[in-house]
Design a binder for this molecule. Structure first.
Ligand SMILES: Cc1cc2nc3c(=O)[nH]c(=O)nc-3n(C[C@H](O)[C@H](O)[C@H](O)COP(=O)(O)OP(=O)(O)OC[C@H]3O[C@@H](n4cnc5c(N)ncnc54)[C@H](O)[C@@H]3O)c2cc1C
Length: 445
C-alpha cells in the first residue's frame, strides 16, 4: 500500500545528495579561489615573490572559509530535498565538522594577510571598521565551535545554547559579507562584487526560509490526550481538524511546538509512533530534561504546531525486500512502533523481528499491542530484555548472537541510548552484519 504522494527514496539517494551538495560546494569554492588570480587587486599587484604568494593565499583562504560558512547555513536550513536525500542527522554531523574546519581556516586568514602587509597590531580605529568586524567574526566563530563542543561538559541548558547558536550563526553570516564587501579590494567592483552580493542575498533568503513560518512545512494540531505510559514516559496524542492527510514514512520525526500551554514554546523533535494511515499522531516521550518533564502540564485541547516530517530512518526508503531486524533501547522503540504498525496493515511475506531492551517490565508500553502483532503477522517475533533487577540481561554478544542468527541477511534498524547503539553496532558487525545494512537514529543533535 502506498502512503500518498511520498515516493520511497532509494538507498542511493544519500549518495546523490552528497554528490549534489559536494558539486555545489566545489563550484563555489573553485569560483571563489579563482578571484584573487583573475581579478588581481592593487595590494596583490604591488607585492612580489613570497609576499605576493602569502597575500594571495590569505585571500584564497578567507574566501574558502566564507564559502564554507555559507554552506553551514545551507546544511541546517531544513531544505526539503536535501533533508529527504541525506537526512537531518547526517547534515547536522557535517555542519559540526565543517564548523570546526572553517574556524581554523578562518584563523589562518589574518595571519597570511598581516605578514606581507606588515601589520603588527590589530588596526582598531573607525577607519578600519570592516577589519574589526572580521576580528569579531573570528572570535564569534571560535565561541560557536567551543560552546558547541563543550555544552554538555559545561552543562549549558540545551535550549539556551540552541537559541544563542542560531542567532549567533545568523549574525556571523551577515558579518562575513560586511567584512568581505567592505574590506577586500578584490570585491570592490565587477564580477567578484556581484558574486559576493548574490551570495549575501542567498544567505538572507535562507535565513528567512529557516526562520519565517510561512516557508516551513507546518501544520496545526490539537492535543487529544496525554497519558502516562510506563515509567517516566508520556503518551501524547494529537488530532487535526484539517482535511489534508499528514504524509510521512513510518519512522520519521517531526518538531513539536506548543503555544498556549503551560510549557515553553521551543520546538523539540519527536518520532511519530503511530502509523501513517492513522488519523491521529501519537508520540511516546521520555522525561529526559527540563522541557520533557513539563509535558504533564499539557492539556487536551492545547494547540500544537507540527513541523515535518523529517528523517530517513524508515524501511520504506530501502528498495530491497530483505528481512527486518529492529533493535531498540527504551523509548528508542518509537520509530519501530510506527514501522510495525504500518507493516501490520501492509503485511507481505517479510520476516520481522523486534528486540527491545528496557530497564524493567514497568518501563514497557504498547506491549500487549505488539504481542497481538505476533498472532496476526506470521513472520513477526518479539524479544524483550530487562537490563535491571534480578536476572537482568543486557544486549551483549551472547544475547545478540541468539537473536541475530536467523537475521544475518536482514536490514537492521537500531535506536536507543548512544552507548548502547555504539556497543550493539560493533557486536552486529562482529556477528557478520555488514555496516551498510545497519541504520541508526540518534535521539539528539
Ligand atoms: C530525530 C529525533 C527523534 C526523537 N524522538 C524521540 C521520541 O520519539 N521520544 C523521546 O522521548 N525522545 C525523542 N527524541 C529526543 C527528544 O527530542 C529530546 O529528549 C528532548 O528534546 C529533550 O528536551 P529536554 O529539554 O527535556 O532535555 P534537554 O536536557 O534540554 O536535552 C537533552 C538532549 O536532547 C536533545 N535536544 C533537546 N532539545 C532539542 C531540540 N530543540 N532540538 C534537537 N535536539 C534537542 C539534545 O541532544 C540534548 O542534549 C528525539 C530526538 C531526535 C533528534
Amino acid at each position: 500500500m502506498s502512503i500518498g504522494i511520498l515516493k520511497p527514496t532509494e538507498k542511493r539517494a544519500r549518495l546523490v545528495g552528497f554528490l549534489l551538495l559536494g558539486a555545489f560546494g566545489l563550484f563555489l569554492v573553485a569560483g571563489g579561489m579563482s578571484i584573487p588570480f583573475l581579478f588581481e587587486s592593487f595590494s596583490i599587484k604591488y607585492k612580489f615573490g613570497f609576499h605576493r604568494a602569502l597575500l594571495r593565499s590569505g585571500k584564497v583562504i578567507g574566501i574558502v572559509a566564507g564559502v564554507l560558512l555559507f554552506l553551514q547555513l545551507v546544511l541546517v536550513s531544513r531544505l526539503g530535498a536535501l533533508n529527504r536525500w541525506v537526512g537531518m542527522d547526517q547534515l547536522v554531523q557535517w555542519h559540526r565538522k565543517n564548523g570546526i574546519f572553517l574556524a581554523f581556516l578562518a584563523l589562518s586568514h589574518p595571519l597570511f594577510i598581516f605578514g606581507p602587509e606588515d601589520i603588527q597590531t590589530l588596526p582598531i580605529s573607525w577607519e578600519f571598521w570592516p577589519e574589526v568586524v572580521g576580528a569579531l567574526l573570528l572570535m564569534g566563530l571560535f565561541y560557536m565551535v567551543a560552546s558547541g563542543l563543550l555544552k554538555t561538559w559545561l552543562a549549558f541548558p540545551f535550549h539556551l545554547w540552541m537559541r544563542a547558536h542560531r542567532f549567533g550563526g545568523g549574525f556571523l553570516i551577515l558579518a562575513f559579507f560586511v567584512h568581505l564587501l567592505f574590506s577586500s579590494e578584490s570585491f570592490e567592483e565587477g564580477l567578484p562584487r556581484l558574486a559576493g552580493l548574490v551570495l549575501a542575498l542567498a544567505s538572507i533568503v535562507l535565513l528567512l526560509w529557516r526562520h519565517l513560518p510561512f516557508f516551513r512545512p507546518l501544520s496545526r494540531w490539537a492535543v487529544s490526550g496525554v497519558f502516562p505510559a510506563g515509567v517516566q514516559t508520556t503518551q501524547l496524542v494529537l488530532s487535526s481538524e484539517e482535511k489534508k492527510k499528514f504524509l510521512f514514512f513510518p519512522g520519521q520525526f517531526v518538531f513539536l511546538q506548543f503555544f498556549d500551554s503551560e510549557i515553553s514554546s521551543e520546538a523539540h523533535p519527536f518520532t511519530v509512533a503511530s502509523a501513517p494511515t492513522s488519523n491521529q499522531l501519537e508520540f511516546f516521550i521520555g522525561s529526559h530534561g527540563d522541557w520533557t518533564s513539563q509535558l504533564k502540564r499539557v492539556k487536551a485541547g492545547d494547540a500544537v504546531r507540527v513541523e515535518g516530517p523529517y528523517g530517513r530512518f524508515s524501511y520504506l526508503v530501502l528498495s530491497d525486500e530483505r528481512p527486518l531486524l529492529f533493535i531498540a533501547g527504551g523509548v528508542g522503540v518509537t520509530p519501530m512502533l510506527s514501522m510495525l504498525r504500518f507493516l501490520k496493515e501492509n503485511y507481505g511475506k517479510r520476516r520481522v523481528r523486534l528486540v527491545w531492551s528496557v530497564r524493567t517490565p514497568h518501563h514497557l508500553f504498547c506491549v500487549s499491542e505488539l504481542s497481538r502483532f505476533q498472532e496476526s503477522m506470521d513472520g513477526f517475533s518479539m524479544h524483550l530484555l530487562f537490563s535491571h533487577g534480578l536476572g537482568g540481561r543486557r544486549l551483549d554478544q551472547e544475547a545478540l548472537s541468539q537473536f541475530v542468527e536467523e537475521f544475518l541477511d536482514a536490514e537492521v534498524f537500531l535506536c536507543g541510548p548512544p552507548p548502547m547503539m555504539r556497543d550493539v553496532g560493533r557486536i552486529l558487525v562482529d556477528l557478520g552484519i555488514g555496516k551498510r545494512r545497519i541504520y541508526t537514529e540518534v535521539f539528539g543533535f
